[in-house]
Design a binder for this molecule. Structure first.
Ligand SMILES: Nc1nc2c(c(=O)[nH]1)N[C@H]1C(S)=C(S)[C@@H](COP(=O)(O)OP(=O)(O)OC[C@H]3O[C@@H](n4cnc5c(=O)[nH]c(N)nc54)[C@H](O)[C@@H]3O)O[C@H]1N2
Ligand SMILES: Nc1nc2c(c(=O)[nH]1)N[C@H]1C(S)=C(S)[C@@H](COP(=O)(O)OP(=O)(O)OC[C@H]3O[C@@H](n4cnc5c(=O)[nH]c(N)nc54)[C@H](O)[C@@H]3O)O[C@H]1N2
Ligand SMILES: [Mo]
Length: 722
């Protein structure tokens, strides 16, 4: 960015008058310091504000094929897309197009669809509430609920798991609860890299005496060694050990661990009988079933020792207030929904919900992924939600549910998608089964990407393609009535404003709400809503949201309060549960089968310290000691010795699912502290190994943390071929 611009920009991050950090959805403390961001937030901001540009001239001199040969890291470093561009059918290069020309093309393709269900509208989780609301209103006015989003691959299991049991698909804690917790479980999450500001909350909790239990196959560094996220900038390298206990669970072993912890609570009588009696149902069935699970099975499946589980069990039993945090290590599993419901069982037993210092904390990923869902980015909305939306919008909206991500790819593969519109994100690289998905996308007539930076989804496209470049979070948004702000919802249900201050990277960029409004006006023609009027002043959009969404009363006033406002959260606010019976549910699930054939390994895909999902900032993973490479596989050293392999052994990977095989070659082995039989590799490089139909029950989330693989010596295969 340049030094002066960097300082000026970072000063605006997460301030009352500034913009919401695009890095993650962790909330900001109420009393904001001058700086409230972290190393990785700074990277996200700097990446968006980078000076380099992808201009129509650049694209005129580089074929799509040439660009496709670049790495993700190189593509990202080309900079911000400066102008709308169009790739005609059978052309090899993108060419410049006017905004009006682009909307005409999309409108005519949409209006040519045999059914509105032949169009699919994806959203990534950076989109503001205003843009997302307007977008879903347009999609529903057009006539479909085909609104898949990144959440389908992310916290969908949390939404489903919590929704069924406590009546709301969101967490139930606020940041202040961390100041009152006795025990904090951090399960399947790497906050040092992905939610660095969370470590500050954990550090403060620990200073006050809270105990932290880290459940993870890997000893993730932020929990083993903590530095204040901003100390990196100050060069202060002192570290603290955050986790009191690390449980190196086997991949997929959390359900077994939870059963063990529940057994120990039953043995210790650590039960809130009044809460169980007055507020819940299903306790007896759950408890009787857990009693019958053997310790042998628990130890075998979790890979943990009786000693470690007992220590954790005692900590939980002694705790007056427990918070359970989790992320992708739980959600991206075949039993993602069930395992989250085991966590719910554990906390419900002792009434750890709606109590100060206690509750559920699914730590959301994208900075507004939770807000997007709240305002209607949802392929399977509930009837009450649609009723309210319909009465607010004033037109009839379709009731049949639409495609989620996996179903959308299935429909593309069958040739049933004519138009695919993406509000942000990088669909091709984020989704599973890269080769299959790439072919599926190429069946589509027109693909449209609203984006800030170039990525692989711009290079593997439908027959025709458009890129519509948009403003980022950091940039000033001026509409016909003047400068606008937007709003977002953080991981803890707090809605607040966000306003960029930098001049836009190019005069040809448009805001996401502006793009949606013009798309709607071009496609729908004479319509009940005046889309251009709505977007002329975002207060107009917010007024419509007030009428169309529960919990958004006086939105325009309350969003202007210095810290915004909290959305209603019945379990948190009043221990009430909007389930059909009005009670929280204990659930009973069998132990999942986590055995694999001999010679097979279970692989998880994860993020390095130098990436934001599919955006690759650099080739290092500092906390894990990896430098200069991304095609690496972490493997237990004893497993390597067993195969006669050394560090940097070259391997090819085959994944196995329902008798099908997928292959990915040229990986380097890295010996690592990971349970035996388990492997880890980076997302998105390893996505070609994730089978499209290997998904979690109920949430249909791809099992990016459960990929059954075999490894093959690539050095000897190469020499044999020679
Ligand atoms: N800097 C940065 N920040 C980000 C992102 C980013 O890419 N970069 N991405 C954002 C997004 S969208 C999201 S969803 C979040 C993701 O945040 P995380 O969920 O922390 O991200 P992952 O890298 O997928 O890490 C998953 C963790 O789960 C562990 N794990 C895997 N399988 C299991 C299991 O079976 N059991 C247990 N107990 N643990 C397991 C892994 O070892 C790893 O520590 O971060 C958000 N923030
Ligand atoms: N194997 C495997 N696959 C996974 C995961 C995993 O752990 N393992 N994680 C899954 C998860 S949790 C998620 S959330 C998904 C992420 O899926 P996505 O959200 O689809 O992917 P991102 O990489 O976050 O999207 C990056 C692109 O967004 C665009 N962009 C950035 N900022 C903006 C903006 O302000 N507006 C607009 N319109 N565009 C913008 C840029 O062009 C950038 O290239 O991936 C999922 N896929
Ligand atoms: Mo995510």
């Amino acid at each position: 960015m340049g030094a002066i611009k960097t300082v000026k920009t970072l000063r605006m991050v997460n301030q009352k008058e500034g913009f919401d950090c695009p890095g993650c959805a962790w909330p900001d403390p109420e009393h904001r310091t001058t700086f409230e961001f972290c190393e990785n937030g700074a990277k996200a901001v700097a990446d968006e504000a980078m000076k380099a540009k992808v201009t129509p001239d650049y694209l005129a001199h580089h074929t799509v094929q040439e660009l496709a040969e670049m790495s993700d890291h190189q593509l990202n470093s080309l900079g911000r897309i400066s102008h709308p561009v169009y790739l005609p059918a059978n052309a090899s290069r993108y060419e410049s197009i006017s905004w009006t020309g682009a909307f005409e093309k999309i409108a005519s393709a949409l209006n040519a669809c045999a059914s509105p269900d032949n169009a699919v509208f994806y959203t990534s989780g950076r989109t503001s509430n205003e843009a997302a609301f307007l977008y879903q209103a347009f999609v529903r006015a057009f006539g479909t609920n085909n609104l898949p989003d990144c959440s389908n691959m992310c916290h969908e299991s949390s939404g489903k798991g919590l929704g069924q049991t406590i009546g709301i698909g969101k967490g139930t804690v606020s940041l202040d609860d961390f100041n009152h917790a006795d025990v904090i479980l951090v399960i399947g999450q790497n906050p040092g890299t992905n939610h660095p500001r969370m470590l500050t909350a954990l550090r403060d909790a620990k200073k006050r005496g809270a105990r932290i239990i880290h459940v993870n196959p890997l000893p993730e560094a932020g929990l083993a060694r903590f530095k204040h996220p901003q100390d990196y900038m100050k060069g202060d390298l002192r570290t603290t050990k955050l986790a009191d206990l690390h449980l190196p669970v086997r991949i997929g072993g959390d359900a077994a661990l939870m059963k063990g912890l529940i057994k120990l609570q039953l043995d210790a009588g650590a039960l809130d009988h009044d809460f169980i009696q007055d507020k819940t149902e299903g306790f007896e069935t759950m408890a009787n079933s857990v009693k019958n699970v053997s310790w042998d099975a628990i130890l075998r499946d979790s890979g943990l020792s009786m000693h470690d589980i007992s220590v954790a069990g005692r900590m939980v039993a002694e705790s007056k207030a427990t918070i359970a945090c989790w992320a992708m290590g739980l959600t991206q599993h075949r039993n993602g929904v069930a395992v989250i419901q085991e966590v719910v069982n554990l906390l419900l037993m002792n009434g750890h919900v709606g109590r100060k210092g206690a509750g559920f904390c699914p730590v959301r990923g994208h900075s507004n992924v939770q807000g997007d869902r709240t305002v209607g980015i949802w392929e399977a909305p509930s009837e009450p939600f649609l009723d309210r939306m319909e009465s607010g919008l004033g037109f009839e909206i379709p009731r049949r549910h639409g495609y989620d991500v996996v179903h959308a790819i299935d429909a593309m593969a069958k040739g049933e998608v004519d138009v695919f519109f993406c509000m942000g994100g990088n669909f091709l690289s984020a989704t599973p089964d890269t080769d299959l998905t790439a072919k599926a996308i190429q069946n589509i007539g027109l693909t449209v990407q609203v984006s800030t930076k170039l990525n692989r989804s711009h290079l593997i496209t439908g027959k025709e393609a458009l890129i519509l470049p948009c403003l980022g979070r950091t940039e000033k948004d001026v509409q016909s009535t003047g400068e606008q702000f937007v709003s977002v919802e953080n991981s803890m249900g707090q809605v607040h404003r966000s306003q960029g201050g930098l001049p836009p990277a190019s005069p040809d960029l448009r805001s996401e709400p502006w793009i949606v409004a013009h798309l709607a006006a071009a496609t729908l023609g004479d319509h009940h809503l005046n889309w251009l009027d709505l977007v002329s002043d975002y207060d107009n959009i917010r007024s419509l949201m007030e009428r169309s969404l529960a919990g958004f009363d006086d939105y325009n006033e309350r969003v202007r309060l210095p810290s915004g406002f909290a959305l209603p959260n019945p379990p948190k606010d009043s221990q009430s549960f909007a389930t059909p019976s009005g009670r929280a549910h204990f659930t009973d699930h069998p132990l999942p089968d986590v055995q694999v054939d001999s010679g097979h390994y279970v692989m998880m895909t994860l993020r390095s310290h130098d990436q934001y999902n599919t955006t690759i900032y650099g080739l290092n993973d500092r906390y894990r000691g990896v430098h200069g490479h991304r095609r690496v596989v972490f493997m237990n050293a004893e497993d390597m010795v067993e195969r006669g392999w050394k560090s940097r052994q070259k391997v090819n990977i085959t994944s196995h699912f329902n008798g099908e095989e997928r292959h990915s070659n040229d990986w380097l082995l890295v010996p690592y502290e990971i349970p035996r039989g388990n492997l880890a590799a980076y997302f998105p490089e390893a996505n070609s190994l994730v089978p499209l139909h290997s998904t979690a029950s109920i949430s249909n989330t791809p099992t990016s943390k459960w990929i059954v693989c075999t490894l093959h010596d690539a050095s000897s295969m190469a020499s044999e071929e020679e």
